[in-house]
Design a protein around this ligand. Structure first.
Ligand code: NAP
Length: 469
């Protein structure tokens, strides 16, 4: 009876997981989506509790407490650190799948060879391979994103790298096939641990050639791997909810990576093997080139005369936590009868939707957030493009310079506006480590400083607070 009830609860949880993902499609329903996902997870734990084969319920309590102990501090990281936080979650997911697979293998070996059917063994191999490679790969990705000193940010490349990586993977797959053919035969006791070691090593080797700039995309690919390992774990444990949830996780991770690759005009294969994100030596030349600066007063005067102002937010806005000041500036400009639009680049910031979330926090109306393709049509009519902490996503070199690593990446055409003001703290390059041609144009003026401070001062000037209007 409890078994059937447990299955029913699993079914409800699966449906809620689908609703959860669907809800996250749109900012208006995203909160509901997150809530549905949380309830689904709680139901999944409850249903597992109800399964007759669970006899040591204390372990579930221990696991819940451990989850809270780790999860609560992890939920408090700033928005800018969410990509690495997500990578750590994937690492845990991968490790869990890998360990469950390992435990199940040895348990079944102990119970007798008849337990290890080819199907079970194939699921085990997939679970262990994907689980352990996701574990080390995600840890390394998180370390690169967190800019941990002893982990190199730049891509680490060496001769025959792709060939040796593929060779290693082929060897792991070969071991897997041998194990499926003969799960407990001679050599299996060595082959299984060797499979684990190869998977752990492959995770590291897969990530070291990838530079920081591609890391968010890689994290979403690792998300897909973690999902697939959960599917395999579902087959191993004969748990339908794990299969469904893992498939949802795997496919959404894959779709997200494809969307991100498209937004950066990069092919999947390129992201995985391209060694993108090298900091070019050219960045040093930037110091020699001439920037024109503008004062707050000067910029405020130009803004006052504008009909259409397009604000282009980027990662720096998130770092400075300037969203509430941006709201003040928006209020001042609209009060003066100026039309203000926000140009949203799909990969501005460090994760998809980063800018939307930030601006929503400051309650900037969603109707004024305009997608890249749509706003680009309006840029020639734009009087002032105000770039706030954005760099790569407005770099015109992406359209013209074939030698730049961001060549072909669609950008917001800030350069087409009549006047460009760019707020940033220094002459340093953006995430891709390259010069920004926009800053050297005749009609571009820099407003050097922290985004929160500069935007705050601009808003104050426009309100008459500083210049006594
Ligand atoms: P970006 O190229 O990283 O540039 C951010 C700029 O903000 C920097 O030039 C920095 O200059 C400035 N900044 C930092 N802190 C600041 C502060 N407190 N006040 C003012 N300015 C500050 O950012 P982006 O234009 O948003 O481009 C996003 C990058 O991430 C792209 O290369 C994109 O491909 C990559 N990416 C994003 C995703 C995604 O899903 N969103 C995925 C993969 C890759 P200073 O240091 O001089 O201040």
């Amino acid at each position: 009876m409890t078994h059937h009830l447990g299955q029913l609860v699993y079914l409800v949880a699966s449906v809620l997981f689908v609703f959860s993902l669907h809800g996250m499609n749109d900012p208006k329903t995203a909160r509901r989506g997150v809530f549905a996902g949380g309830v689904a997870m709680a139901l999944a734990v409850l249903a597992t509790w109800m399964q007759p084969e669970i006899i040591h319920h204390t372990w579930i309590i221990v696991a819940i407490l451990a989850g809270f102990a780790v999860g609560i501090p992890m939920s408090r990281v700033p928005l800018t650190a969410v990509p690495q936080r997500t990578a750590i979650s994937h690492a845990f997911g991968g490790l869990a799948a890998g360990l469950v697979g390992t435990a199940k293998y040895y348990l079944w070996v102990g119970e007798g060879p008849e337990q290890l059917t080819s199907f079970r063994m194939a699921a085990l191999v997939a679970e262990v391979l994907l689980g352990f490679l996701t574990f080390t790969g995600s840890l390394l990705a998180a370390g690169k994103l967190q800019e941990i000193k002893w982990i190199p940010q730049r891509p680490v490349t060496y001769p025959y790298q792709n060939v040796s990586n593929i060779g290693l993977l082929a060897l792991a797959v070969l071991l897997g096939i041998l194990l499926v053919l003969n799960p407990t035969g001679t050599g299996a006791s060595i082959m299984f641990p060797l499979l684990i070691i190869l998977s752990l090593a492959f995770g590291v080797l897969l990530i070291i050639p990838i530079g920081g700039a591609d890391m968010p995309t890689v994290i979403s690919i690792l998300n897909a791997y973690a999902g697939l390992s959960a599917v395999a774990m579902g087959f191993v444990l004969d748990n339908k909810l794990l299969i469904t949830a893992g498939a949802l996780d795997g496919s959404s991770g894959l779709i997200l990576s494809i969307i991100m690759c498209r937004a950066m005009n990069r092919s999947f294969v390129n992201v995985l093997f391209g060694a993108f994100g090298q900091v070019k030596a050219a960045a040093a030349d930037a110091q020699e080139r001439h920037y024109k600066s503008e004062t707050i007063e000067g910029a405020a005067q130009v803004l006052e005369q504008a009909n259409l102002v397009v604000i282009i937010p980027g990662y720096g806005l998130a770092v400075a936590q300037a969203q509430h000041r941006v709201r003040e500036l928006y209020d001042e400009l609209t009060r003066l009868g100026i039309t203000v639009k926000f140009a949203i680049h799909p990969v501005a910031g460090r994760m998809p939707g980063h800018m939307n979330v930030l601006l929503a926090e400051a309650e900037i109306p969603y109707s004024d957030l305009v997608e890249m393709d749509e706003i680009n049509a309006d840029m020639p009519q734009c009087d002032v493009a105000l770039v706030i902490g954005a760099n790569d996503v407005v770099n015109p070199a992406a359209r013209t310079d074939k030698t730049t690593p961001i060549y072909g990446m669609p950008i917001i055409n800030a350069d087409k506006a009549r006047t460009v003001f760019a707020i940033k703290r220094s002459k340093n390059p953006g995430f891709a480590g390259i010069d920004n041609e926009l800053y050297f144009l005749d009609h571009t003026f820099m407003l050097f400083g922290d985004a929160k401070q500069v935007v705050g001062e601009l808003a104050k000037h426009l309100s008459g607070g500083e210049c006594g209007h």
